[in-house]
Write a protein that binds this ligand. Sequence first.
Ligand code: UDP
Length: 334
Amino acid sequence: MEAMQMTVQKVLVTGGAGYIGSHACKALAKAGFVPVVFDNLSTGWAEAVKFGPLVVGDLLDQDAVRAAFAEHQPVAVMHFAALSLVGDSMKDPGRYWRVNVTGALNLIECALEADCKKIVFSSTCATYGDPDSLELTEDTPQAPINAYGKSKRAIEDILRDFSASHGLDHVIFRYFNVAGADPEGELGEQHDPETHLIPLLIAAALGRRAALTIYGTDYPTPDGTCVRDYVHVTDLVDAHIKGLRWLLDGRGNRAFNLGSGHGFSVREVIDAARLVSNGTVPVIEGARREGDATSLVSGSKRAQEELGWSAVRSTLPDMIGDAWKWHLGRGFNR
Ligand code: UDP
């Protein structure tokens, strides 16, 4: 009997050295794909690239992107690389528009040149703005209130345009607040400087920073602090594998929310962190952060019903507990 020729399918993962991208690479490798990371290492870590090759390059450099497609001939792209901080985006919108939108446009054009017509795109609940509804569905109007959310909505529009003109198939995932770390301890969230709530709480609990400042206590929520929907990074990347298979099966364009469906206030997250750390977490009440919405909670029915996805690890104790273990470890080195 002739030996079967197995062709390994490569997936180009932009931002694969970053927090979510590196977890996605691990999930891709487990699912039998080869993740080829394309990353400029501006915020990512070479050490986080453990599951396939690393191409160090910038999405603003179209020749570098073109060369990566020519060398690796991926069957699909997962596009994580982006600037993603709400507060920063309000201070320096030009950078957000340039890096996020021009970067995505370069990527899409190079993918099409290489006849790679499937892309899984990381969008955000920030595209919904500051909605009145308590639970957001994919049909909630997108009216972003910060430059980060606006840049992501623009990329969604670009995907839809190129889909109509060039047959680019896309799955858009609108993330809620991603948290936690690889339960096996291989990967985790490490930003420099750190701005996200859960890693900052852990740093405060470990005495690595003085205190956590709550950004606003006068929001119209039960305890006055912002409400967010936290989703475990391993649940999130599991959806990406399902989204990739959706595209490879030819099921076409779709947008999905990815959240747990449960909203927690900043004070509730602080209480959960105190339980996990079994100690004190010093907290200061501060002013609102520009660009923050009051409440963002996902309706994730569509992902459940159509992708067969569910958030199985997205409880606050699991997310904070997994992140806690990662932060106790040694972390990545530059
Ligand atoms: N937050 C806070 N103090 C901090 C960092 C964040 O009170 O030092 C709040 C922030 O206002 C938001 C929530 O925690 O309501 C989650 O913020 P994060 O920056 O983690 O994620 P984002 O929602 O901006 O994606």
